[in-house]
Each structure stands twice: as C-alpha cells, then as structure tokens.
Design a protein around this ligand. Structure first.
Ligand code: 2HG
Ligand code: ZN
Length: 463
C-alpha cells in the first residue's frame, strides 16, 4: 500500500483526518491486550456517516482491510491492527444525537463513551443500565461489537437487550438502517442482532439507538467473606430467593491482595479465600431487614464468615472498588485472561472441575479469579511468573486454555462470555460453536463482506 493510495482516499473524502505518525499508529493499532505489535497503514478519524461510507468504498476498491476502532479497552485483540490495515477510529463521532421521551431512546454516535451515555440518560430521568469498570473510556460502538455485559447483567441483560436500532456501513459502503428503533418488527431476519457481537466483521456501526429504562430503587451493597469458592453458589441461591438483586459478583483473596496493593482500603481484619459483592434493592426497612436475615442465615450455614453492608453511597462505591479495581490492579502484569461462562445451573459442577484443572496446570502461577458469578461468567487472570519468557508463558497458558475449552464444551459453556473472540480466543471457537454454526457464520460474513476486508483475522482466520 503506497502513499498514493492514501492520497486517493484523501481525495475521496476531502477533509477526512488521516495520520501515519508513529505515535498514532502505535496508540490506535492496539487494545488492552498489548500482545501484538501495532502496524496499521494509517489511522482515519471520520466525522460523519458519509465519510465512513467513502472510506469503505475506497477500501473495497483498493482491497484495503479496515479495523473499526472505539475506546480500545477490549481484552481479546478485536481492535488490534497489526497487518497494514486502515484503522477507522470513531473517536470524533462521539456525540449524543437525540433523546426521544416517548420511545425512551437515546440516539448516539458509535464513539460515544459509555459514561457519557449513562449521564445523558440520567439528565432525562432515565438510565442506560449497561455498566462496567471501563465505562469512562469504552465506546458504545465497541460495546455493541462485543455485546458487552458487565456488573448488572443479572438484572438488565447484556448490551444486546438495549439496542433498538443500528446504522451499519457495510464493506461496500452501503448504509443499512437496521430496525429503526421499532419495538415490534416481525419482518424476517433481524440484521441488527447479527451486527451485535460481530466484532466489526459484518459492518461498521455508525449510529445506535439505545433503549433507556427507569432508575432502580435505592440499593445497598453487601460484601461477604466466604470460606471457599464452593460457598458462592449456595449464597447466590439464598440471595436470589430473598433479595431483588442488581449484582452478584465475586473475587478471590489473590484479587483482593492486588487491589489493596493498588491503594484500596482493606474491608475486613482477617483474610478469607473468597468474597462476594452483592447489590440489592433496599428501599425500605423490610428489604434491609431481609438482607440482614439473609446474612445471619448464611453465617449459620457456614457459607459466610464475615460481612459488611454499605452505610452510604460513598461506602457502597468503596466496596465496589474492591471488585471493579481488579483489572486495573493487574494491568501492569499483562495477565493472560480467561472470560468463560456456563449456564448458572451448571456453575457448581463446572467450578469444581475448573478449580481442579487450574490447580493442577498452574501450580506455581498467581491465578486470580473474579467475575460475574451470578451470570455464570468467571474471569481468571493468570500472571506470568518472574523470569519466565513471555512467549513461553503464553504457550503454557494456551495449552491450559485448550483443556479449559474441552471442559467448557462438556458443560455446554462459552470460551468468551463478554470480551469477544478477537484474536485471543479464535483457536477455541469450535469448542463453543459447532462446525455447522461456524460454517453459517462464515457464510454470513461472506454475504456482508465478500472480500473479507472488515476486521480480517478476528473471530476466525481469513478464508
Ligand atoms: C470485569 O469484569 C471485566 O472486570 C474485565 O470484564 C475482566 O480483566 C478481566 O479479566
Ligand atoms: Zn467482566
């Protein structure tokens, strides 16, 4: 690809900001995985749908691969550009376009930051309920690309549930207006849902209409110390029965140690192997009493050894920080990440198998467990032992992931619950999706993008 090709793009889309500066190529060619060396052709910052269409038309004429790019907080390499692709950054298409009070929707550009969207919803007395730690830097386009989940899926579901419409630019530059905010639309294949979790391989999301909902009642947060991982599910079952849950999350003592080393305040005097963070409706004394009774019950059963309940919003935020701070506290270690899920009912049996597997395969590694156990979603971060070469470390982890993928297949689970397949997990896709499903997925990709120019190499290898 020569400079003259880029000059032609500039002609195609006059005013389009383009950069080939080393700092930009480095920053926009990678995500939080930090495993691949960025090597994009250039970065483009369109400011309109027209410009995105012009880029796509140019790319398909020149057979240039495109990598759509949001906040680059992804953990699966979905936004990595390491092979001379043009990165299409949506950083300058980040506006809130409109609010509709009757539909209760917010229409936004793909580069809108999640937190900005949440704040905009609140200004209208509503909420956009998808939420997670990267809220301050991840973009809605990226959330759609991975069907992002987060900490309140147990009540509100994943991103998919909140997408009323998507405008999608295909590889040939066609603009598709998918579902147009309709509540009811029984008119054949729902292409909007195909675009969600497609990791940018079917088209570039250039606008989204998001559903909003009523704010929840006042809540409280409870942090429970548990004697073992195996106590999590009995506690969850008890909470499910007696509380209106908005979150049920967990982390192990190893995770806590990293978060404490990162500046968080110790919640209990003693150490316990595992902790649960529970958020529940606590609008009145009856609901608060139910939470205390639940705590006593869990204590009596031996499922819990200590607990603390939030006394203020600041206190609740402090307790949340222990869970939400895990990823950042580990980032400097460049951990090997697993993001697996099974049906909630399958968690107890899967947990036993996974614990045995990881204890056997990683006897001397720092293995950090945390995640959204109430959704059946576990994160396991493995830290590289001091002195071990990075390539050797990844090779060892990949070998274990193969075993994990087999265990997941036996339990009917998924190798990627919410981070996407990207580059990191594509070798394991066939443990989660059948050969027939993958063949249909490839066929869909061909139908949307016959030349395979949109985010090639993500999700599956190019054909
Ligand atoms: C979370 O739940 C995120 O905190 C990140 O999905 C998980 O860092 C991870 O492995
Ligand atoms: Zn998560």
């Amino acid at each position: 690809m020569s400079d003259s090709h880029l000059a032609e793009l500039a002609q195609h889309a006059p005013g389009l900001r383009l950069s080939t500066e080393a700092g930009d190529l480095e920053a926009f060619g990678r995500d939080w995985t930090r495993r691949w060396t960025p090597a994009p052709l250039a970065i483009a910052w369109p400011t309109s749908i027209d410009e995105v269409q012009a880029i796509a038309r140019w790319a398909s004429a020149q057979a240039v691969a495109l990598v759509p790019s949001g906040g680059r907080t992804g953990l699966s390499g979905g936004a990595v550009a390491a092979h001379g692709e043009l990165v299409v950054s949506f950083a300058r298409m980040n506006r809130i376009l409109g609010f509709d009070p009757l539909d209760r929707t917010l229409t936004v550009q793909p580069g809108a930051i999640l937190q900005t969207v949440q704040e905009a919803a609140r200004e209208h007395g509503l909420i956009y309920p998808v939420d997670f730690a990267a809220r301050g830097s991840c973009s809605i386009g990226g959330n759609i690309a991975t069907n992002a989940g987060g900490i309140r899926v147990i009540r509100y579901g994943n991103t998919r549930e909140w997408i009323a419409g998507i405008k999608l630019v295909t590889a040939s530059g066609e603009l598709l207006d998918l579902n147009r905010g309709l509540v009811k639309n029984s008119s054949g294949y729902d292409l909007r849902h195909l675009a969600i979790a497609a990791e940018g391989t079917l088209g570039m999301v250039v606008e989204a209409t998001l559903r909003l909902t009523d704010p929840p009642p006042p809540s409280q947060v409870m942090l429970l110390a548990l004697p073992a991982l195996d106590a999590l599910m009995p506690v969850f079952a008890a909470c499910r029965r007696t509380l209106n849950l908005s979150a049920f999350e967990f982390f192990t003592d190893r995770a806590l140690q990293h978060v404490l080393a990162h500046g968080a305040r110790r919640p209990f005097d003693g150490d316990s192997p595992c902790y649960a963070v529970i958020e529940f409706d606590a609008a009145d004394a009856t609901q608060q009493d139910a939470a205390l009774a639940l705590f006593e019950h869990c204590l009596g059963e031996g499922w819990v050894v200590d607990g603390v309940i939030s006394q203020s919003q600041a206190h609740a935020a402090e307790l949340w920080r222990l869970r939400e701070g895990v990823t950042e506290s580990l980032a400097a270690h460049k951990p090997y990440k697993n993001d697996v899920s099974v049906r909630i009912a399958a968690v107890p049996a899967f947990l036993v198998e996974m614990q045995a597997l990881l204890a056997r395969e990683y006897p001397h590694f720092d293995v950090v467990w945390f995640g959204h156990i109430g959704d059946g979603n576990l994160h396991v971060n493995v830290l590289r032992p001091a002195g071990m070469d990075e390539a050797e470390f990844i090779a060892q982890c990949e070998r274990v992931t193969r075993l994990l993928a087999d265990a997941l297949a036996r339990h009917g689970g998924s190798i990627s619950a919410e981070h996407g397949i990207g580059l990191v997990k594509k070798a394991y896709l066939q443990g989660t999706r059948s050969a027939a499903e993958i063949a249909i997925m490839r066929g869909l990709r061909r139908a949307f993008d016959p030349q395979g120019l949109l985010n090639p190499g993500k999700l599956f290898d190019p054909e």
